[in-house]
Ligand binder design. Structure first.
Ligand code: SF4
Length: 272
């Protein structure tokens, strides 16, 4: 693997990394010490809002290809203390290699966190139990049919929530803080009062915080970002109901390196 280009703005560094068989994957260095890495070339979950899964899955990354993203970024002079599996691919669908890479990163003293759709459930159950430093379950909708249109290949909401609940119910409150529910707001799709009230009930039942994410608009995908006013309104509604909320920070809401914007083979098909 080799770095073929680093695309940056004032906050993020997007690494274009070519695999030995000629695909380009991406990793993002942000906040001065954090690296978001990819686990697959493409993604078979095919979330309808995400650029990474547009073309489906090409193949899994090997253990070496996962850790090489870290090694290459460090070699380029960047400080890395935190790894987050939130780049291209669903980490649970390449679980054996991701698990090995997780152990490797932990052995270096790095903090490792995950974003996951919870699919497949057997691997999700295992992920819940490992010594991670943060796990966000990407829910994005509380209505079964709608979630299917947003995340076509996943389990039912009930299945995911009860699996999560079964595991976290016995955790100390300190440990519980490592778990959260991810909710990506898309204008007119999942931001109604009714849906947010269901989200509040789920978060209350689980005793978890909500990571409220702003959508980054993507060329070729019709979804729109929720307005600042709506975002603020939903944030306040969650807070008023006693839910702890983490907001999308400025690193995540960018054209370069923002959530859901990473692509396979970008340089062949984009103007960046
Ligand atoms: S959001 Fe994650 S799971 Fe969904 S298509 Fe994108 S990379 Fe895959």
């Amino acid at each position: 693997m080799e770095v073929i280009k680093v695309i940056n703005d004032e906050l993020n560094n997007l690494f274009e990394i070519r695999t030995d068989d000629g695909y380009t994957i991406e990793s993002v260095h942000y906040r001065g010490n954090t690296l978001c890495i990819s686990s697959q070339v493409g993604c078979s979950v095919k979330c309808s809002f995400c650029a990474s899964g547009l073309k489906g899955l090409i193949r899994n990354l090997s253990f070496e290809e996962i850790i090489d993203q870290y090694k290459l970024v460090v070699k380029n002079g960047f400080n890395v203390e935190n790894i987050t599996f939130a780049g291209i691919g669903e980490p649970l669908l390449n679980w054996e290699n991701v698990k090995k890479a997780f152990e490797y990163f932990k052995s270096l003293g790095l903090k490792v966190s995950f974003y996951t759709t919870g699919f497949p459930l057997s691997n999700f159950k295992e992920l819940l139990t490992i010594n991670h430093n943060g796990l966000t379950l990407s829910l994005h909708s509380v209505l079964e049919d709608k979630r299917k249109t947003l995340i076509p290949n996943s389990h039912s909401i009930d299945n995911l929530i009860s699996t999560l609940e079964d595991y976290i119910k016995n955790l100390s409150s300190r440990k519980k803080k490592l778990y959260s529910i991810g909710y990506l707001l898309i204008e007119g799709v999942n931001d109604s009062q009714e849906e947010i009230d269901i989200l509040i009930n789920i978060a209350k039942r689980l005793g978890l915080s909500v990571s409220l994410l702003k959508y980054n608009e993507i060329e070729g995908i019709e979804y729109k970002t929720t307005t600042d006013e709506k975002y603020e309104e939903i944030f306040l509604r969650l807070r008023k109901n006693g839910i702890k909320v983490t907001l999308s920070n400025r690193y995540r809401t960018r054209k370069i390196g923002g959530c859901g914007t990473l692509m396979v083979n970008r340089l062949q098909c984009s103007t960046f």
